[in-house]
Design a protein around this ligand. Structure first.
Ligand code: PSV
Ligand code: MN
Length: 395
């Protein structure tokens, strides 16, 4: 078999198995804290979110699941799972991770699972339980928790007592998981609180996951780090300790900017992917790849397709890295040769391989161009423009 044929076959398998979950909130009108720009084609209901997700999957064949946020997508909780299951059937898009929402209820102003009041902690813990029930009803593996709790001013909260409350709540939630389910714990060092957040970094998330129980793992959102932090090293540690549950991908320059994956620093995504690809296929299936972006300025579906295609390209670049050769060069401490080998995979043009895969799988050669050609965006803009009610202003 020729080298080229071998490489192409391998690329086919790599792309076949690469799937990335897209978020329901990436299709509706969202904004910055200064305001919203309303898009006439933005999804206005859960049915439209499923339709848009199906369009992304039709074009890329890489997004069979959509993450759901409980209060945004299932405002009536468990009762809404019937509608979700029907939409899932009709669109072919499965419900993905279930995201509890502990940041909208007025009672959570000073915290949810970490609130000083046992009564409020109880309300939050019950929301976690409802999220587990929703996930069970929909056959979803992951309950993906991001905790907005924290404080803005030194001395106003006991960080220490809050650790214990949080451990207890996560332990209680973990008890409810079915055997194949997981609790993913996402960390973030800022926002909405700015003095301390209760799960500020991967170390805290790891310790909390450990104390919650064996089905808890850490979720890495690439936008949730201090500037210059070495995210691939965090990934290496989490892989090594078998505690990596998944990712929320997005790009940033400053904070949690929600920019398109790879738009600012594609090399960082490559480095993360290269780290992940050193794991076994079994371990890989335990890592949930998800996008956490909601585009305020770019057209939403275009931005999502652009994201997925970029992820596929970078994943493929990481896959063609000659790992065995790299290991030899590392052992020899041949710095320049090792770095060049690493960089050459990043700079390789994988577009022909992606194109070959798309042709073989009967997919559009250029998903973005096909999206424009299909007229989908014009159609939804026409159908939905009169339904856009979102307020544009901040205050
Ligand atoms: C918080 O910034 C976060 O990353 C969490 O994952 C939330 O669920 C999501 O964003 C909401 O947009
Ligand atoms: Mn996130």
């Amino acid at each position: 078999m020729s080298e080229l044929k071998k490489q192409t076959d391998r690329a086919m398998a790599v792309l076949d198995s690469f799937q990335i979950e897209i978020p329901s909130w990436g299709f509706s009108n969202t904004g910055t804290r200064f305001g919203k720009f309303i898009q006439s084609g933005a999804a206005t209901c859960i049915a439209e979110k499923f339709a848009d997700a199906a369009e992304v999957h039709r074009l890329t064949a890489a997004t069979p699941t959509m993450a759901l946020h409980v209060l945004w997508d299932l405002p009536n909780g468990l009762a809404d799972t019937i509608q979700i299951a029907t939409l899932s059937q009709s669109t072919g898009i499965r419900a993905g991770s279930i995201n509890p929402n502990l940041f909208q209820d007025q009672r959570f102003k000073h915290g949810s699972l970490c609130h000083a009041s046992a009564e409020v902690r109880g309300v939050a813990t019950e929301h976690m339980a409802e999220s587990v029930r929703i996930a069970q009803q929909l056959g979803c593996r992951d309950i993906s928790l991001w905790l907005p709790d924290g404080s803005n001013y030194p001395g106003t909260q006991s960080m220490r007592r809050r650790i214990a409350w949080l451990q207890e709540a996560l332990f209680e939630t973990h008890k409810l998981l079915a055997p194949q389910q997981r609790l993913l714990i996402e960390y973030k060092p800022f926002e909405p609180a700015f003095y301390h957040t209760d799960i500020a970094d991967w170390g805290m998330a790891l310790l909390l996951a450990r104390s919650a129980g064996p089905q808890a793992r850490v979720l890495v959102d690439t936008g949730h780090h201090y500037a210059t932090q070495n995210i691939e090293q965090i990934v290496a540690w989490l892989l090594h300790t078998e505690m990596l549950g998944g990712f929320h991908f997005n790009d940033r320059r400053f904070a949690d900017d929600d920019l398109t994956l790879g738009s600012i620093d594609p090399y960082q995504v490559f480095r993360i992917f290269a780290e992940i690809q050193q794991t076994s296929a079994a371990e890989l299936s335990n890592i949930a790849f998800m996008v956490d972006q909601s585009h305020n300025l770019k057209p939403k579906i275009e931005a999502m397709v652009q994201t997925v295609v970029t992820a596929q390209e970078l994943w493929l670049k990481a896959a063609i890295l000659d790992r065995a050769h790299l290991a030899e060069l590392q052992d020899q401490c041949d710095l320049v040769a090792a770095e060049e080998l690493f960089r050459s995979a990043f700079f390789a043009d994988v577009k022909p391989l992606l194109l070959a895969w798309r042709e073989e799988r009967g997919l559009p050669a250029d998903p973005l161009q096909e999206l424009r050609r299909s007229g989908y965006m014009e159609r939804i803009a026409q159908e939905r423009s009169h339904k856009q009610t979102g307020m544009g202003s901040y205050a």
